[in-house]
Design a protein around this ligand. Sequence first.
Ligand code: ADP
Ligand code: MG
Length: 615
Amino acid sequence: MKLSDNVTSLSGIGSVQAERLVKLEIYTVFDLLHHLPFRYEDRRIITPVSQIKAGFQITIVGAISEITNEYTKSGKVIQKTEIADETGKSLVIWFNQRYLARTIQAGTKISLYGKADWFGRKLAVISPEIADPETAGTIVPIYPETAGLTSKWLRKKIREVLDLNLLDESLGQNLRGVHFPNELYEIEKYRRNLAFNELLKFETENLKRRHDWQNRGVAKQFTNPKSQVTKFISDLPFKLTKSQNLAIEEILADLEKPVAMNRLLEGDVGSGKTVVAAVACLVAKLNGFKSLFMAPTQILALQHFETLSKLLSPFKISVGLVTSQTKSMGDVLVGTQALLNSNIDNVGLVIIDEQHKFGVAQRALLQHKGGTPHVLTMTATPIPRTMALVLYGDLDLSQLTELPAGRKIIKTWVVSEEKRVSAIEWIKKQKTQVFWICSLIDESESLKAIRAVNVEFESLKKSFSNLNLGLLHGRMKNKDEIINKFRDKKIDILVSTPVVEVGIDIPEASIMVIEDAHRFGLAALHQLRGRVGRNGQQAYCLMFSTQDTERLKAMETTHIGSRLAEIDLAIRGAGNIYSTSQHGKSELKIATYKDFDMLPLVRRTLSNLTLNPSP
Ligand code: ADP
Ligand code: MG
């Protein structure tokens, strides 16, 4: 057996279990071994039964008396028994687990793990886990579970695989140290070792992708039409920021190289990425090539079409919108990812905006016949630079680190339920356009979520009876129409699911209301907030929530996306925010932000490996 074998090659794992394991993103034996505990229970100390105290989590070992089923007044069935060791006896209670009476004989010696508490007037061990005897006296790993796969089952399987001795000594030691530690303080050391291995593998893959891209051969090598670029920039209604200028320089340098550009432009919401991309489109056109401009949604495509038309038409560059119905012509073609499949020739540049799954797009471009176009990917995912360099290690990175001058800070408040009514009154008085984001029920916009949005929409209509309200969600066919009505001010309050999160530009809107704000990551909240005040006016963000306010309060005082991401990281832990799976790349499952200090060592190791390939 090999680590890369499917889990079904292990004894006792059939197709049913394998399907469940997929939910935990476990496909191979390797994945199973790298499914790490998220916490541990220290059951090394066995409490004498006479020492049990209410409120404490305990492990006890003893013989039990007969387990009986008893009915409570409310008709529920509970199981009662007594456990005894040399020091004394204690009552044990379970709820609704009839099978226990059938499966455990009186007199059996068992080990229980659970909490002691008062049951009526008696001290009892309540709903304890019947620990397998192996775990008594050990540190027990607790794993992320899923329906049908308990920690206990995972523990057993992982133990079995470790005992097969498939692993080299060092990996075996690290995995054992994390799954079945002898001491709590040793776990972190072994976990770091595994994180190091993972980063090494991740960087190797990045390096390989970078090579593959570069080995695609000569791209469309552009010349830099300097004077036109300078004219374009000086004709803009604003002065570019320092980092916009730098990004443009980096991009133009790439375009002149014989290797296709593969660059990521990363910048907070509103940092002005579009105009940077427009310069690249200008250069492509002046070199006789078309550009494709891909947006994640139809709404954003339409918006980019309008912005780019305005920016580029004075330079005699035609911009066309490509939709499923229309196929228009132009030097710059704007559309969704479907653009990649449209048969447009003479493409020299591809811009991918706010597209988290761009790994897929990049691969598609590699298969493109007739030379690879230059690619510029743009994202507003706020992310510290060190992290971007790892996650997007196969791309070159340009970052817009400041917002255009004169932007006002968006005043932000966490609003409790008691203040809801007065907040609504305050909003009415502001006489401005409002985004009203409904709670995030699920990201897939299921029917259930859509129903909830409809209910909220009806109730808001009552609260704001004198205003025009519009509804927007992902399943609507006429999304563009609704957005345009909002832009034309025929709608005052746009009640929407978080579909507006990425990129929508309604310059006049000044208030962002977010329901159940605690359901969102800070990075997402920051993106939403970035939708308002885009005309330079004072704007406001009201976050309704009764939970998790400590975390949300950070939004009131912090207005830098990458800083908020770091705060979220510290409070909620990594993984949550930087689940790299959304980027369509192999994920970092073990390494988190705090392991990135090992990167210099990872890179040194990698270059030693490449210099001295093992036979
Ligand atoms: P994002 O980076 O979020 O995509 P956009 O490109 O949509 O941001 O730019 C946001 C707004 O800022 C647009 O209205 C754009 O015209 C404007 N803008 C871009 N660069 C500057 C600048 N240097 N100074 C002032 N306004 C700018
Ligand atoms: Mg944008």
